[in-house]
Design a protein around this ligand. Structure first.
Ligand SMILES: Nc1ncnc2c1ncn2[C@@H]1O[C@H](COS(=O)(=O)NC(=O)[C@@H](N)CS)[C@@H](O)[C@H]1O
Ligand SMILES: [Mg+2]
Ligand SMILES: [Zn+2]
Length: 469
């Protein structure tokens, strides 16, 4: 996959994920196949979030004066906000922003809802579209202007410690989610100059696409009391005095779908994990002259049986060559193909072929064990795809000792570089400039005696850098 972005654009079209021909740049149409992948992906995330969050839905439009309230926040978004200026033929006396993210939509309401410490903690999320007039190169699913699958969570707490704990909880939530999807990642604390506008600090998940560039696939922000002070979110504490609340917010987007497609895909096309595949299995009948009816009949029963067990199955009974079917369903990333011919029926076998590693198996079609065998095969595919993705990801994380090595590594290999850093903004910026990379963030503290790879001062942190989207 030397030309990843060409492969990526082609597969989005060939596998009918989205249609990028919609006449607004950076805004695309979810086609049925893509919509199903998105639906299954969101169901996994919502199941996790629903354990300790409430789902809500806020309006799309944000009054200009609310958006402008938090100075740093609005500064960070002012160049990206779309505005509504008219209602029909009437010019609005106050402009409305299309939400770029929903802090300034939600927090005026949180100010009304939070009265006493007994109202806390509050943990909400919503799955909405948000709008950002991205000026950098837009790319389908990766950098869009309508973020159609923006899942944002916002929490309110009585103490700083609780908010810090919630950041850790949010990180756990995303770790669980990405493991279910088989997406590898590093987690790092963004440098001061690259944190969410208005946040105390930002923790970010970065994954790697096949072209060696990292993609920020989720972020968790500790907002401290900044927004609470701006939007007057206070609660009556035990002794009756009023305290400003502490907040966090965290989110991810369509980029998760881009990662599923880009990381697991290969020359044959999509490779979907059973967790998100629209069809988890496709049944292909092997028809010869005679015995055709018997095979078709057997396959229909097999499809019913598997559907009855809750699997997402498709019986492809089109009158075309089996090979053409194999090509199509492999391109669409169906995790498992079941081939059934007259001999297999006679031997009470079903041939299974895995999309992720091509493994072929003659599975006993024994009513007692078949469903169990299929279920464990599906789980094995999920686990193996996760392991494979993590293995190739970890192979792309390298440690370097000098700037010369950074440029060489970045130009020839891409990937993520781990290095000892002093933590100074001037040094970090200088490093980004000279090496043409981004400092992703801080991962851990440096060992004693280590010096900064860029400036030679005593190193404080082990940090990561990469070429990013
Ligand atoms: N233009 C974009 N296209 C696709 N995904 C995007 C875009 N901009 C941001 N994202 C994704 O959305 C995530 C959350 O956006 S954010 O600005 O970092 N954080 C927030 O907006 C906070 N309110 C938490 S939801 C990012 O981590 C990134 O994965
Ligand atoms: Mg942005
Ligand atoms: Zn330094």
């Amino acid at each position: 996959m030397t030309e990843f972005s060409e492969w990526f654009h082609n597969i989005l079209e060939e596998a009918e994920i989205i249609d990028t021909r919609y006449p607004i740049k950076g805004m695309h149409v979810w086609l049925p196949q893509g919509f199903k992948i998105r639906k299954h992906t969101l169901n996994i995330l919502k199941e996790i979030l629903d354990e300790d969050h409430e789902e809500v839905l806020f309006p799309l439009l944000i009054p200009e004066d609310e958006l402008a309230k938090e100075a740093i926040h609005v500064k960070g978004f002012e160049s990206e906000v779309y505005w509504v200026t008219h209602g029909g033929l009437t010019e609005l006396n106050k402009k409305f922003a299309l939400r770029p993210t929903s802090e300034t939509a939600m927090y005026p309401m949180f100010s009304l809802w939070v009265r006493s410490h007994t109202d806390l903690p509050m943990k909400f999320y919503q799955v909405v579209n948000t709008f950002r007039y991205e000026t950098k190169h837009t790319r389908p699913l990766i950098r869009v202007r309508e973020i159609t699958t923006f899942t944002e969570a916002h929490t309110v707490h009585a103490t700083r410690e609780e908010a810090d704990m919630q950041v850790k909880r949010a990180i756990e939530i995303y770790e669980t989610f990405f493991h279910e999807l088989g997406i590898p990642y590093t987690i790092s604390k963004r440098p001061e100059w690259d944190k969410f506008p208005g946040a105390d600090y930002t923790m970010a998940f970065d994954t790697l696409l096949p072209d060696g560039k990292t993609l920020q696939i989720a972020t968790v922000h500790n907002l401290g009391q900044t927004f609470a002070k701006t939007f007057n979110i206070t609660y009556e504490a035990l002794e009756g005095e009023h305290e400003y609340a502490y907040q966090t917010c965290y989110g991810l987007s369509d980029r998760v779908i881009a990662s599923i497609i880009g990381i697991h895909g290969d020359e044959a096309g999509l490779c979907l994990s059973p967790a998100v595949a629209p069809y988890q299995m496709v049944i292909v009948p092997i028809i010869f002259k005679k015995g055709g009816e018997e095979v078709l009949d057997f396959c229909r029963k097999l499809e019913e049986k598997l559907k009855g067990e809750g699997f997402r199955v498709h019986f492809d009974d089109r009158d075309i060559r089996a090979g053409k079917k194999y090509y199509e369903w492999e391109m669409r990333g169906v995790p498992l193909r079941l081939e059934v011919g007259p001999r297999d029926i006679a031997n009470k076998k079903v041939v299974t072929v895995r999309r992720d590693n091509g493994e072929k198996e003659f599975m006993d079609f024994n009513p007692e064990t078949f469903i169990e065998d299929i279920t464990s095969l599906m789980e094995k595919i999920n686990i193996d795809m996760n392991k494979k993705a993590w293995k190739s990801f970890e192979d792309e994380i390298r440690t370097v000792e000098s700037i010369e090595e950074v440029k060489k590594t970045m130009d020839e290999l891409g990937g993520i570089i781990s290095f000892d850093w002093c933590g100074d903004e001037s040094c970090g910026k200088d490093l980004e400039e000279t090496a043409g990379v981004d400092v992703l963030g801080i991962q851990s503290e440096s060992e004693d005696g280590k010096v900064c790879m860029n400036c030679g001062k005593p190193a404080k942190h082990v940090a990561l850098m990469a070429k990013t989207y």
